[in-house]
Design a protein around this ligand. Structure first.
Ligand code: PAF
Length: 279
């Protein structure tokens, strides 16, 4: 596994793959890898001849400098995991290489970036699309894999890729779940045993929504609320039911694939999950 620390070395490594007519799959990450990332790598390996992973804690997507400083990092562990997973090249660029002195170019999906989670985290998705566009340009992959868990991020990246006509297939990788259905997250280990057991209600509420026979935005919302509110340890912090591709507001009976984006708090720990429901 090659480790490149400059964009120029990364490009050279990709050029050697291309010289052999090999396809390239990209998995962009901010490091501190977990099972969800490894699932992205697995998907990229199945879709392309060579897999490139980027590790870059992107400063432009953080609101507070403190969040950026406290972002967990463990490069040695990340590299060992990627080596084990059979990754071909890891690009770990410096901030000054990604954002050169005097940099002034941004990429933004103007509507989708500033709604839902983007409304409470101003500038976050602009930072994501700005860095992902640059990573696409550095690596020029055929496919790129992102988790469906960050559902809005995935839709924002798909829209940017379409609008800028990047010739890249964006692949959404389904959420990896614990045996009992809880979406995997590095936060799960911080739950108390009681909260961990109670957190099951999140995926149960999505199953219940999926099983509703008379599907409308209201019936989905009521089902989710009733299921989760029956669990006293859970507090719903966000429940968005939107058109799956555009994230636009919808109402009434379901006529189009619909995304439920859910965040639920257990003892100060916020857990996310999502499900696309067919009409
Ligand atoms: O999902 C992430 O880890 C980041 O938002 C991404 C896509 C690597 C961009 O920095």
């Amino acid at each position: 596994m090659q480790v490149c620390r400059t964009i120029s070395d990364g490009r050279k490594a990709v050029a050697t793959f291309r010289a052999n007519a090999e396809t390239v799959g990209l998995v962009p990450t901010m490091g501190f890898l977990h099972a969800g990332h490894m699932e992205l790598v697995k998907t990229a390996k199945a879709k392309a001849d060579r897999v490139v992973v980027t590790i870059f804690v992107n400063p432009t997507q953080f609101g507070e400098a403190a969040d950026l400083d406290s972002y967990p990092r463990d490069e040695a562990r990340d590299l060992a995991m990627l080596q084990d997973a059979g990754v071909d090249m890891v690009l770990i660029p410096e901030v000054s290489d990604v954002y050169p002195e005097g940099d002034e170019t941004i990429v933004e999906t103007t509507r989708m970036a500033n709604m839902l989670h983007g409304e409470v985290r101003p500038g976050h998705f602009r930072g994501v699309t700005t860095v992902v566009a640059r990573l696409f340009n550095f690596v020029q992959p055929d496919v790129a894999c992102f988790g469906e868990k960050d559902y809005q991020q995935l839709q924002v990246i798909k829209r940017m890729t379409r609008d800028l006509a990047f010739p890249i297939d964006i692949i959404g990788v389904p959420i990896v779940r614990e045996a009992d259905g809880l979406a995997m997250s590095s936060r799960n280990v911080r739950l108390t045993a009681e909260d961990r057991a109670a957190a099951l209600v999140i995926s149960q509420s999505l199953d219940a929504a999926q099983a509703v026979t008379d599907k409308s935005v209201d019936s989905l919302r009521d089902t989710i609320r009733k299921t989760i509110n029956a669990e006293p340890r859970a507090t719903i912090r966000g429940l968005d039911i939107v058109e799956a591709e555009t994230l636009s507001d919808i109402s009434g009976p379901l006529t189009t694939p619909t995304a439920i984006m859910l965040s639920v708090e257990f003892g100060g720990i916020l857990l996310l999950d999502q499900r696309v429901i067919q009409p």
